[in-house]
Design a protein around this ligand. Structure first.
Ligand SMILES: O=C(O)CCC(=O)C(=O)O
Ligand SMILES: [Fe+2]
Length: 376
C-alpha cells in the first residue's frame, strides 16, 4: 500500500496529494526547530537569573524510578501464563514471550435481571398466541440459522439477520404489552423494536432445526441503558447463558415457561452470551415463540459518553438548542479524577471521551507563582 496515504495500493506518483502534506510537514519542522531555539534561550535566561535555588527534585526522581521498577515487575509477574503453541525452532527461553494474559474478569451483574412467570392476563396471552399463530400461518416468518424470525418497528440489524432493514408498523395487539412492560419495569425508554422468534416443534420422528446460536445482543443501535425483554409463548426451551471473560463461572440455564418474561440489560451483553439449545435427540417438544422487545436508535451507533471533571459540565446532551445529542446521542458522566473513571459506565457507547488530568496534576506543594518557574 502507498506509504504516504495508506489508502491507494500504488507507489507515490509525482503528483500525489501527499506532496502538499510533506511541504506543510517541512514548515512545521522548521517551526519546531525555531521553537526549540526559543525554549533553549528562555531556559538559559532562567538559569542565569537571580531566582532562589531550585527545589530539590531528587526525592521525586527516585520515587518515579521506584514506580517504574514496580510497574515493570508487575508486567513480568504473570501468575498463570497460557503458553501458546510455539514453532519447534523457538527456544524455551523465547517461549516466555509467547504468553497472553489470562482473562478472568468477574461480571458485575447477573446474565438476566428479572424472570417472572404468569406475566400476562389470559386474554392478553390468547391475543398474542393468536397473533404469532396467524403470522406463522400467513408465511410472515423467514428462516434463519436454526429457527424463524419476523421483525416489527425499528429494524434490528445483527450478524446473520436476513430481515429487510426497514421500518414496519408494530402490530396493534402488541401496543398494550409494550405499555405494560414500560410501566411494570419502569423502563427509561419505551421499546420500539419487536423481534419474534419461532422455534418449530421437535421429535425424533420429525426432527427439525429448533435453536438459536450463541450470541450477545450488543449491536451499536441498542440504547446503552435499555433492556432486552423476552416473553415466551408455547413449549419451553433451554436458554443458556455463559460468562464471556471468566471460564470458571458456571453457565446458567433458564427454561422460560409459556407466559413468562425475562429481562436482560444492555450491559449484561458485554459479560454474557446466550443461546437457545437444540432439543435433545430423545426429546419431544412443541413449538415455542419468543417475543423480544428492544429500544433502538440508528443514531445510537454514533453514541458518545463523555467522562470528565467539572470542565465538561457545560457539555449538555439531549435534543434542542445548545445541546449535543441531536446527531450524537449520549451522556456526560462526572469523573473528577482518573481514579473516578468507572469503565463499566462506558458499556454500550461507541465513542468514549475521557477528559481528565487537571485535578490529578494539582500540586499542593506550590504555594506561590514564583515557585512555578523552578519546575523546569
Ligand atoms: O428465544 C429466546 O429466549 C432468546 C431470543 C434471543 O436471544 C434474541 O432474539 O436475541
Ligand atoms: Fe439474544
Amino acid at each position: 500500500m502507498c506509504p504516504w496515504c495508506w489508502v491507494c495500493p500504488f507507489a507515490k506518483p509525482g503528483s500525489h496529494s501527499s506532496n502538499l502534506n510533506e511541504n506543510s510537514l517541512l514548515e512545521k519542522t522548521l517551526t519546531c526547530s525555531l521553537l526549540q531555539k526559543l525554549t533553549d534561550a528562555v531556559a538559559e535566561g532562567i538559569e542565569k537569573s537571580t531566582l532562589p535555588p531550585p527545589i530539590d527534585l531528587s526525592g521525586l526522581e527516585s520515587q518515579l524510578e521506584n514506580l517504574s521498577k514496580e510497574v515493570q515487575e508487575l508486567k513480568l509477574r504473570d501468575p498463570d501464563p497460557i503458553i501458546l503453541e510455539a514453532p519447534a525452532q523457538i527456544s524455551s527461553e523465547n517461549r516466555r514471550l509467547e504468553t497472553v494474559p489470562k482473562q478472568t474478569l468477574k461480571a458485575p451483574m447477573q446474565p438476566y435481571e428479572v424472570y417472572k412467570e404468569q406475566y400476562l392476563s389470559q386474554d392478553q396471552l390468547n391475543c398474542i398466541a393468536d397473533l404469532v399463530g396467524s403470522l406463522r400461518d400467513g408465511g410472515d416468518f423467514i428462516s434463519e440459522n436454526g429457527h424463524n424470525v419476523v421483525q416489527f418497528g425499528e429494524p434490528y440489524g445483527y450478524t446473520g439477520s436476513k430481515s429487510l432493514q426497514e421500518f414496519t408498523q408494530i402490530p396493534p395487539e402488541l401496543s398494550p404489552i409494550i405499555k405494560k412492560l414500560t410501566t411494570d419495569l419502569s423502563l427509561e425508554h419505551e421499546p420500539n423494536s419487536v423481534l419474534i422468534n419461532h422455534y418449530p416443534s421437535y421429535d425424533r420422528l420429525n426432527p427439525s432445526q429448533s435453536h438459536l446460536a450463541k450470541h450477545s445482543d450488543d449491536e451499536p443501535t441498542l440504547l446503552a441503558d435499555s433492556k432486552i425483554i423476552t416473553i415466551s409463548v408455547g413449549s419451553t426451551r433451554k436458554v443458556l447463558f455463559e460468562a464471556k471473560h471468566n471460564d470458571s463461572e458456571k453457565p446458567v440455564v433458564l427454561e422460560p415457561q409459556s407466559n413468562s418474561l425475562y429481562v436482560m440489560s444492555r450491559s449484561s451483553q458485554n459479560w454474557y452470551s446466550h443461546c437457545v439449545l437444540q432439543p435433545e435427540e430423545n426429546e419431544s417438544v412443541e413449538e415455542r415463540f419468543s417475543i423480544t422487545f428492544r429500544t433502538l436508535s440508528q443514531k445510537f451507533s454514533r453514541s458518545i459518553i463523555l467522562m470528565g471533571d467539572s470542565n465538561t459540565k457545560e457539555v449538555k446532551f439531549g435534543e434542542g438548542s445548545g445541546k449535543v445529542g441531536a446527531s450524537y446521542p449520549g451522556k456526560r458522566e462526572k469523573a473528577a479524577r482518573v481514579r473516578d473513571i468507572n469503565p463499566e459506565k462506558c458499556v454500550g457507547y461507541q465513542n468514549i471521551f475521557l477528559h481528565c488530568g487537571t485535578n490529578d496534576l494539582r500540586c499542593t506543594e506550590i504555594s506561590s507563582d514564583s515557585q512555578i518557574f523552578q519546575l523546569q
